[in-house]
Design a protein around this ligand. Sequence first.
Ligand code: GLN
Length: 240
Amino acid sequence: MNELTIYHFMPDKLNLYSDIGNIIALKQRAKLRNIKLNVVDVNETEGITLDGCDIFFIGGGSDREQTLATKELSKIKNALKAAIEDGMPGLTICGGYQFLGTKYITPDGTELAGLDILDFYTESQKERLTGDIVIQSETFGTIVGFENHGGRTYHPYGTLGKVTHGYGNNDDEAAEGIHYKNLLGTYLHGPILPKNHEITDYLLEKACERKGIEFEPKQVDNTEEEAAKQVIVERVQKNN
Ligand code: GLN
């Protein structure tokens, strides 16, 4: 059986609103392709290399936990940056997405340093952006999820798509997340992957491509996943 390994960074600090469900979804969709997904929890980064890593995942956390996690991850930020540049697929959620940038400004104006892996920043406000969100994506089709964040993120990179209901990166651009090489960052908790099989498969397929193993069959029966997605689409249309 083919195998992939996912590094789950800082699960002890970053796991808001069931972010762990993303790992479960990846495992399940990998199993459908006869691939075993090994999960390595990384809470301390001292001496860690990414040599054995095929995909990485970073969940969301409060401003406090985010600050602690940034400190820990800064020890391997060069390796993480090199892996992202080399096309390693990764998924980062909310706080985990924000700290890939240069800085995070808290609602009281305090500037917290980011990992500076990509050139963008986030500014937080007391008023939070919460609720169901629907996005139309050229790469993934319809994406659904739930957002809850004070941070407003501004960046020049590709996004996951256009927000048709909800907020996404900030109050005014109607765009959500980041898509840079095979790195995805998003404000969607809930978690995102069980609700969006296209994104789950994308991460696995990119990891397989990079490792030189098969991702077959490419199509599986997604009837139930699509029906579940439709529930959210119809719910937001009804409330509009
Ligand atoms: N700092 C984040 C915010 O913008 C934390 C929230 C999160 O990860 N859900 O509120």
